[in-house]
Write a protein that binds this ligand. Structure first.
Ligand code: PEP
Ligand code: MN
Length: 353
């Protein structure tokens, strides 16, 4: 249930409403918009309570929400959530670009890629220290040392960092080193992990499970939000369909649907969404046109020798830089600001395709 209150309502009246809601054994979540304030109620929203609230001063309407997720829904929180991490804004009209390798491999590798991400105008360095591999004998990531290497590269090149966390036990250490914690597609419904991320306070990028419906995905986000962490972004990374030409099918429709159903920033991952380097640039632009608030893109200086199989979907540095130049032109047409804070011109001719 939500209570819609006009913005002319004095604070004491809003406090009265919150008291009535809480005394009935519920939680109240206040969301202030430009014209209205919405108080979302989580708990047993009895019809009697709805009637009582409707009679109170300042209340414009009381509306029942039938969706199973509440805090993730736009009904509860009509304004876009903007996650501000040390001045980099994600959501609400800003375009954020995350770039980097599938896996952190060595200090030199991540340092060089970080330099190139920054030079191209990316704001966030991606890289996995713990890799969720389909087979147990495949390279599993360099582990905690990779977190250290990536934090160092991020600090040196003035980039935020994002890395995947796979188990609740590793949330604290990943949160110590990285700015954003990524939940991989295989873990979208790892509820213990989601609960732990709800407590940890660091921004979370929640990838869509490759067979998850929109409703399941938003309910997974709800676990993190309900745990007290409001900084969640949703990431469309492709779903499994009958098509085998591409690794996954990037569900572009998910982007405007998530923007409609939820206030959370939506990020697109055209690398895992297609699994093919030659499709990444087009699908990046299509994602921005569809309303994405950001992109997470794999880029590698030597993709043929990448330690995961994801070299085939990784852009070369010059492709990444060229794509970002094009996004600078596209972003304003799509109502987005792309603050690249570009430091160096694109001079990547040495990277041969
Ligand atoms: C990744 O980002 O490298 C990754 C493993 O992603 P996903 O969980 O989408 O497969
Ligand atoms: Mn990958």
């Amino acid at each position: 249930m939500i209570v819609i209150v006009s913005n002319h309502t004095p604070e004491e009246r809003i406090a009265d409403l919150v008291r009535v809601i809480e005394n009935a054994g519920n939680q109240a979540h206040i969301s202030r918009g430009t014209e209205r304030t919405v108080i979302g109620i989580v708990g047993q929203a009895e019809p009697k309570l709805a009637e009582q609230l409707r009679q109170m001063k300042g209340v414009e309407n009381v509306v029942k929400i039938t969706k199973s997720y509440k805090l993730a829904s736009r009904d509860f929180h009509p304004e876009d959530t903007v996650i501000d991490i040390r001045g980099v804004k994600i959501g609400g009209g800003n375009l954020a670009v995350m770039g980097g390798p599938c896996a952190v491999e060595s200090p030199a590798q991540i340092d060089e890629i970080a330099r190139l991400v920054k030079a191209a105008g990316g704001q966030i360095l991606r890289g996995g220290a713990f890799k969720p591999r389909t087979g147990p004998y495949s390279f599993q990531g360099v582990g905690v040392e990779g977190l250290v290497m990536m934090a160092e590269a991020g600090r040196k090149h003035d980039l935020l960092t994002i890395t995947e966390v796979m188990t609740p036990d590793y949330v604290d250490i990943c949160a110590e080193y990285a700015d954003i914690l990524q939940v991989g597609t295989r873990n979208m419904q790892n509820f213990d992990l989601l609960r732990k991320l709800g407590e940890c306070g660091k921004p979370v990028l929640l990838k869509r499970g490759f067979s998850a419906t929109y409703d399941e995905w938003l309910n997974a986000a709800e676990y993190i939000l309900a745990g007290g962490n409001p900084n969640v972004m949703l990431c469309e990374r492709g779903i499994r369909t009958f098509e085998t030409y591409t690794r996954n099918t990037l569900d572009l429709t998910a982007i405007p649907v998530m923007k409609q159903l939820s206030h959370l920033p939506v990020i697109s991952d055209p690398s895992h969404g297609t699994g093919r380097r030659e499709l990444v640039e087009t699908m990046s632009k299509a994602s921005v046109a569809a309303g994405a608030d950001g992109l997470i893109i794999e880029m590698h200086t030597d993709p043929d020798h990448s330690m995961t199989g994801d070299g085939v979907q990784s852009l070369f540095p010059d492709q990444f830089a060229n794509l970002l130049r094009e996004l600078e032109q596209l972003a304003p047409l799509c109502g987005k600001t792309f603050d690249t804070e570009k430091k160096e011109p694109a001079h990547f001719a040495t990277w041969v395709k």
